[in-house]
Design a protein around this ligand. Structure first.
Ligand code: GTP
Ligand code: MG
Length: 321
């Protein structure tokens, strides 16, 4: 997961404390101008390294998988985050530049003057770092929100299970993944996303159940949900659309099929298979497959059909990667 390993983002005061206390320690080990020079160098290096590290640990949003980019957009303002990262990186470079500027002044000065120059440098360093305190807060906040995304690996094959509420989506995911699939909470759903894994022909497939997201027409989705769906489309390789012809789920079959048609367009060219679930109750619909999760009928067949529709070939890693 690209956002998982992001290190904790420090605040401006934490950085200043760290830099100046280390500088004081190195300064105590020396005398006169030399002491001022090492204090300057220590403080500038620490601030410049730490600030630039904050920016450098983030992935480039233009280069990450669109799944992650769109997903990030559901919880943070990506443009604002980018601006903040740019500002933090600028502050890091600026702190590095102070070193060259003040080093020459300190070298040419007597010890008393050298001390004043060093103090002035510290004041300016602190100003620069404090000027990006808001940006550091934006970055820290984004990190907190993004690092908890549940495990969906967009590069690995994924089967998305869709359909109106109560048609048996979660029952299907639980049945094929056997173990209790872990429920992870995405910020855009209140109910949580189920991601199960099944192995077929030595390849692990992700099975994704997205409650509250793919169970009603687009017109009922808000902007965030729309974007979340867009993210899911980037991860999906096959959609299993479950219908309940018995209408015991509480939704007319016609509404279910029109959602199916809509999702076919949304996910194109990804295959959408129509699966009539609750076949123990009714088979009165034209579908690719008929199954009953409750009666354990055709469940594996449907899974295999999804896998066949994907025709996934694992990418061989590039040399040197
Ligand atoms: N008769 C019958 N009932 C089923 C079958 N599959 C699931 N159900 C029942 O249908 C109900 C809804 O199943 P869920 O798996 O929770 O449906 P869901 O699509 O995940 O529902 P939401 O999460 O609310 O969108 C449950 O009471 C299941 O026991 C089936 O094949 N036959
Ligand atoms: Mg469910």
């Amino acid at each position: 997961m690209v956002f998982e390993a992001l290190p904790r983002t420090p605040t401006a005061e934490e950085l200043i404390d760290k830099a100046f206390s280390r500088a004081a320690r190195t300064g105590r080990a020396q005398h006169g101008t030399e002491a001022q020079l090492s204090m300057l160098q220590t403080a500038c290096n620490i601030l410049s390294d730490n600030l630039q590290h904050v920016a450098a640990t983030w992935p480039d949003f233009d280069e990450i998988h669109p799944f992650y980019r769109e997903l990030a957009g559901t919880v943070v303002d990506v443009d604002e985050l980018r601006t903040s990262l740019g500002d933090v990186s600028w502050a890091g470079r600026k702190c590095g530049e102070f070193h060259g500027e003040y080093r020459d002044r300190i070298r040419r000065a007597d010890p008393e003057r050298a001390r004043n120059h060093r103090k002035q440098a510290f004041a300016r360093l602190a100003d620069v770092v404090r000027s990006v305190d808001e940006d550091l807060a934006v970055v820290a906040d984004a990190r907190e929100k993004l690092r908890t995304f549940p495990e969906i690996h967009p590069e690995d094959p994924a089967i998305v299970v869709a359909g109106y509420p109560n048609v048996g989506k979660s029952s299907f995911v639980r049945a094929v993944t056997r173990a209790k699939a872990p429920v992870a909470s995405y910020p855009f759903t209140t109910t949580g996303v189920l991601v199960g894994h099944v192995e077929q022909r030595h390849i692990t497939y992700q099975i994704i159940d997205t409650p509250g997201l793919l169970d009603r027409p687009a017109a009922d989705r808000n902007e965030i949900e729309q974007q979340a769906l867009s993210a899911i489309t980037h991860a999906a390789d096959c959609v299993l659309f479950l219908v309940d012809a018995s209408e015991e789920c509480g939704y007319p079959l016609a509404a279910q099929l029109s959602l199916r048609d809509e999702l076919e367009k949304t996910f194109a060219p990804i295959p959408v298979l129509t699966v009539c679930n609750k076949a123990d109750r009714s088979r009165d619909v034209e579908a690719d497959h008929y199954m009953s999760v409750a009666a354990d009928e055709n469940v594996e067949v449907v899974l295999t059909a999804a896998v066949d529709a994907i025709d996934y070939e694992p990418e061989l890693p590039f040399e040197g990667e």
